[in-house]
Design a binder for this molecule. Sequence first.
Ligand SMILES: C[S@@+](CC[C@H](N)C(=O)[O-])C[C@H]1O[C@@H](n2cnc3c(N)ncnc32)[C@H](O)[C@@H]1O
Length: 331
Amino acid sequence: MKPETFERISTLVKSCSGIVLTKEKEYLLESRLEPVARRHGMNNIDDIAAALSRSAIGRLADDVVEAMTTNETFFFRDRTPFTHFSEVMLPYIKQARSNERKLRIWCAAASMGQEPYSLAMLLQEDASMRGWRREILGTDISVEALEKAKSGMYSQFEVQRGLPVNLLVKYFKQHGDVWQISPEIRSAVQYRQYNLLKPFTGFGKFDVVFCRNVLIYFDQQTKKDILERIAKQMNADSYLVLGAAETVIGLTDTFSPVPGKRGLFAVNAQASGQEPQRRAMTGTDGLQPRAPLAAGGSSRPAAPAATRAALSPAGARPGLNARPGGLRPKL
Ligand SMILES: C[S@@+](CC[C@H](N)C(=O)[O-])C[C@H]1O[C@@H](n2cnc3c(N)ncnc32)[C@H](O)[C@@H]1O
């Protein structure tokens, strides 16, 4: 690869998606862009760079950015965020929104759908959420990942990664090598292609935002900008969930870490320029204080039995053999 090739492609990828490609990622560029070059009738990546220097927009540029996204995900990834969802966020929301009975969740890097579907299954398992209006929006820059998410079809390998066996049996149907998620769970999630670098218009406000394992690809300024714009899309007493290697600390004061709950952050209503919802924040009228305000977490409501059961360890699953497939191979 010519030196200017790396320069041109990494500049394009950063300006279109925010993804920073450092020099040690050169191998990734080679392995992911060779197939793109072939698809476009080109000999190699240098040809791609030359074509992009003539025009940095269009199908080729889109395909390059698409190829450089990393869509790694799996059901109930890291488990803890989903335990926080059941044990911290949901009990609070059930009380705070008991009148309107409405919950809006945004998975801001939904990838192939495992994360929003995991949340949809938890909500479905929770009998006390019946009668609530629940909206889950999954967005991602990757068209291919979203196509798969919308299909709700997963390989045996994919359903073996993180999905408890009771939920697999209950919410999936096997068609040959493929497992398809049930219509009730599939229809609980709406997908939309969206680039986190773009202004968030027409999103409305959310109670919970999962933005996991995507900020790691961006530089500090981009992370800060995205976090601060996300805060504006959140209700004043809502929660943000980041990936295990991600934080707001040192980036922005629009969120505060929830003590003792790794990866969980509360919107700082004032810092994000929102009107604080005092009733919810102070715990008056018999309302539980939101977790960050609770001393030592002692007022944390207990997890509903249904969600505890849903996340109980699956143990061995006889008859399921690991076999990769269905996942776009990106090495
Ligand atoms: C590693 S996956 C994380 C998926 C899921 N949140 C999880 O933690 O399992 C990162 C996702 O971020 C998406 N992504 C990268 N840059 C993006 C951008 N600028 N806007 C929206 N999504 C982006 C990628 O397409 C990819 O699907």
